[in-house]
Design a protein around this ligand. Structure first.
Ligand code: FAD
Length: 305
């Protein structure tokens, strides 16, 4: 949302092997490590953070698997076996994407090939790695729904493949146990391109109506609470009911369009955004008794942790 400061070390590996090298070097430095995707769900503190950020920005590749390969072939080793091949779409409707492939690029590729299953992701910004870590989704489903397996770098720095059946993603949480997403394989449904395109358009139009998609934000600030505790009200509805839509601290404002979004009107600082988040959380708790949990990842300064 275009707030926040800088970091001592920013590493931008361009392949799975470089990613592993970057991670091992970061471990060796003894500094704290953070993973950055598109930053669409992160608010980073002002000032300089004394640590290492590993970014997926340069790992954007997207592939179709080689014809006739087994489920895990084509993901073997690091870079070398992510190969480009062009089987007929109906022949093998699978896609391999590296962590830094953007979610819009992933959806555009499915549209071009006539693969269905990820249409609801249109309009969700960010990268594949961040999307898998957050289990990005909506009323249509989640990014994990059609995944065959995810390749992770585990905290020890080894590549491990996690098949969908062995993973336990929950609402906005990929539950990666500290793992770093390297890439993933999706198995999608072949469908007429026009049908895929129409579904994508529908999701996009709906999103444009209900979310401040053209303003700088970090997506939903809070997770939707358990409906039993909130009498079925979403986080945005609770904020709205407390009368906080439009409430601002400096240039950080609760979106007048959607109560669960905070937008940067131009010159907001991260500390103003954090202050606004805390005030909204407190006021909703006082007025309704519902303790909202942050969905957005708050990258606090060392002094705030
Ligand atoms: C306008 C707008 C609309 C949005 N709409 C939706 C929506 O409809 N549904 C939805 O679910 N979300 C939505 N979001 C939130 C956001 O788009 C998603 O959470 C997205 O998945 C974040 O991806 P990212 O790459 O930007 O992740 P980041 O914001 O960079 O990171 C999010 C988290 O994932 C971790 N992470 C990043 N990369 C990796 C990696 N390679 N391996 C392991 N961990 C990693 C980070 O450390 C952080 O904890 C919206 C955001 C905006 C701004």
């Amino acid at each position: 949302m275009r707030v926040g400061g800088s970091v001592r070390w920013l590493l931008e590996p361009t392949s799975p092997d470089e990613l592993r090298g970057a991670y091992l070097a970061a471990l060796e430095s003894g500094l704290p490590i953070r993973f950055l995707g598109g930053g669409a769900n992160i608010v980073a503190a002002d000032g300089t953070w004394n640590g290492v950020v590993i970014s997926s920005a340069q790992m954007r590749r997207i592939f179709r698997p080689l014809p006739g390969t087994s489920d895990t072939e084509g993901m073997d080793a690091g870079d070398a076996d992510f190969r480009m091949a062009m089987p007929e779409p109906a022949y093998d409707p699978r896609l391999i994407a590296w962590a830094g492939c953007t979610l819009p690029a992933l959806v555009r590729t499915t549209k071009g090939l006539g693969y269905s299953g990820l249409e609801g992701l249109m309009g969700v910004p960010g990268h594949v790695g961040g999307g898998i870590a957050m289990n990005a989704g909506g009323s249509w489903g989640d990014i994990w729904d059609h995944i065959e397996f995810v390749r992770l770098l585990n905290p020890e720095g080894e590549f491990v493949d996690v098949p969908r059946a062995a993973a336990h993603p929950t609402y906005r949480n990929g539950n990666l146990n500290g793992g770093l997403v390297v890439g993933a394989v999706w198995k999608l449904e072949p469908a007429p391109k026009l049908v895929v395109e129409a579904r994508i358009r529908e999701y996009l139009l709906h999103k444009q109506k209900v979310q401040p998609v053209t303003q700088w934000s970090a997506g939903c600030v809070f997770k939707n609470p358990d409906p039993e505790r909130s009498e079925g009200r979403s986080a945005g509805k609770l904020v709205d009911d407390v009368g906080l839509k439009g409430f601002a601290i400096g240039d950080a404002q609760v979106s007048p369009l959607h109560g669960n979004f905070i937008v940067n009107l131009g010159k907001a600082s991260a500390s103003q955004v954090f202050e606004l988040m805390d005030q909204v959380q407190d006021r909703v708790a006082q007025a309704t008794g519902v303790e909202l949990e942050f969905e957005v990842k708050r990258w606090l300064a060392q002094s705030q942790q």
